[in-house]
Design a binder for this molecule. Structure first.
Ligand code: ADP
Ligand code: MG
Length: 250
């Protein structure tokens, strides 16, 4: 008997007005995979991540999580335990101490004020402190969040994710706004944490080098279709240059 894949997409299509963003995409993802989505801009990466995050619906096709259709996960609470999203702007509140922002990940469905109230529960607080230690920000726990650097803010977002502890983590170009050294620092940390927790990671990326280095599988999209879907080790330079080159001719 085989286990159900954690994510099963079958014939997913999405059209915006007359623009086909995704065309009959079928993807099976097993627990613990670390997947990089690459491809030229406009290929459909963000659209795919938004469908996976349940932010937008697909027009056609089916999407199952652990063998259950996505619409059966009725509450955000159930979904927040399954899927966590790293947003580009991080959604951190600058005026508040770092620990409050980390605790905001404690229970996605509580909303912000209940997350603050949750500070009175020591168990939650300990979780947040442990998460901050793990991302190397133990000394910034009570610092005002807006005083932190871009790379540190990204680490706060990682700590919040550790506290939320979803089974699946989605990120849309999470390091696009960071310089190369910080980008590598964050990606290696993200990959390490995800591996330790046996979580499933799906991230869109500009850099194919990072995709190869930190991810187990690369799915290349072009014009809303899968151009290739391979273990990172099997992706050749030629495939990558074809992926980006063909787009230029259009
Ligand atoms: P990527 O993230 O790979 O750059 P997107 O998923 O953002 O690609 O976009 C895929 C295609 O869908 C592009 O052609 C884009 O212009 C189009 N698109 C994305 N979002 C919208 C929208 N809200 N309205 C109309 N077209 C959109
Ligand atoms: Mg995008």
């Amino acid at each position: 008997m085989s286990l159900k894949p954690i994510i099963l997409l079958h014939n997913i299509s999405k059209t915006y007005e007359r623009k086909i963003a995704l065309s009959s995409l079928s993807i099976v993802i097993e627990k613990g995979e670390r997947i990089a989505l690459i491809g030229p801009s406009g290929a459909g990466k963000t659209t795919l991540l938004n469908i996976l995050a349940n932010i937008i619906p697909s027009d056609t096709g089916s999407f199952e999580l652990n063998g259950l259709p996505i619409h059966q996960y009725l509450s955000n609470k159930r979904l927040a335990k399954k899927i966590g999203v790293i947003r580009q702007q991080f959604d951190l509140v600058g005026q508040l101490p770092v620990i409050h922002n980390v605790l905001a990940g404690r229970l996605g469905e509580w909303g912000f004020f209940k997350s603050i109230i949750s500070l009175v529960f020591p168990q939650d607080k300990d979780l947040a402190l442990a998460a901050l230690e793990r991302v190397g920000l133990g000394d910034k726990t009570y610092e005002k969040t807006s005083n932190l650097s871009g790379g540190e803010l990204q680490r706060v977002a990682l700590a919040r994710l550790l506290v939320q502890h979803p089974e699946i983590i989605l990120a849309d170009e999470p390091v696009a706004s960071l310089d190369p050294a910080r980008a590598e620092d964050i990606l290696s940390m993200l990959a390490k944490l995800v591996k330790e927790e046996n979580q499933t990671l799906i991230t869109s990326l500009h850099s194919v080098e990072y995709a190869r280095q930190y991810f187990t599988r690369i799915i290349a999209l072009r014009d809303g279709s899968i151009y290739f879907d391979l273990p990172s080790k099997e992706v050749t330079d030629q495939m990558l240059s074809d992926l980006y080159y063909l787009k230029e001719l259009e």
